[in-house]
Design a protein around this ligand. Structure first.
Ligand code: ZN
Ligand code: ZN
Length: 243
């Protein structure tokens, strides 16, 4: 399934099983022939996303890049699978996590030893499974023009060191990765490279954004009126997160 959120931004819902699988967003006006995919999903969860793209009339030749909100396994687990089908696509990620991908350091991907051993027993992952060429390292602050859609990159460390949000000012729309979700939930802050104080500062930044549409990478999306929900979420979590 693929559905329009606003003109130029489409949504392929993730399919959680007992492990989460991230949503994928498609940025770009169809006629631009310049499409970007935001995140990929869990291992072995690539093929239905390819089917969703094709059923939505998207020519895979028009997909030019993957932009990763961060590099946890539920977001990049099927990156290799998708790159096998879309080999010309570039990989863009925040520089803090790009360095890990380039040297094949999978500590952020797995998050902790328990997840790592669980994944290694269930999936065919080897030492090189999470080594990728990174074509563009983002820093935050970039204003990108992606297939006719303007996107600001916001560095949101906390859930992981290189987490980013993608903000479309025209629609007051935020793709928030795993930093904040609908209905009062925030990203966990106990995994490798996470930092609760940084997460608090990132959330406080988001609570000041002009927001209407919230597109997190898990669970439901908020199609309008997201700002008071985000403000409430941040108000509730800030004292718990400390400094
Ligand atoms: Zn995550
Ligand atoms: Zn996630």
């Amino acid at each position: 399934m693929i559905e329009n959120v606003v003109e130029g931004i489409r949504w392929i819902p993730g399919r959680d099983k007992f492990l989460p699988d991230s949503h994928v967003y498609v940025i770009g006006e169809p006629e631009s022939h310049d499409l970007s995919l935001v995140d990929c999903g869990l291992m072995e969860m690539g093929s239905y996303k390819i089917e969703a793209l094709e059923s939505g009339g998207i020519d895979l030749n028009h997909v030019h890049r993957f932009i990763l909100t961060h590099t946890h396994m539920d977001h990049i687990g099927c990156l290799a699978e998708l790159l096998a089908v879309i080999p010309h696509a570039e990989v863009w990620v925040h520089e803090a996590e790009g360095a890990f991908l380039e040297r094949g350091d999978s500590r952020i991907v797995f998050g902790n030893k328990m997840f790592e051993s669980m994944i290694r027993t269930q999936y065919a992952v080897d030492e090189n499974s999470f080594t990728f060429k990174v074509h563009r390292k983002l820093t935050g602050g970039e204003i990108l023009m992606l297939g006719g859609v303007e996107i600001e990159v916001i560095h949101l460390p906390g859930h992981s060191c290189g987490s980013i949000g993608l903000y479309n000012r025209a629609n007051k729309l935020l793709m928030s990765g795993d930093t904040i979700y609908a209905d009062g939930a925030i990203g966990r802050y106990d995994l490798y490279s996470a930092d609760s104080g940084e997460l608090k500062r990132s959330l406080e930044f988001l609570s000041k954004l002009d927001l209407d549409i919230l597109l997190p990478c898990h669970n439901r999306i908020v199609r309008s009126g997201a700002k008071p929900m985000v403000e409430n979420t941040v108000r509730q979590w800030s004292p718990i997160l400390g400094d």
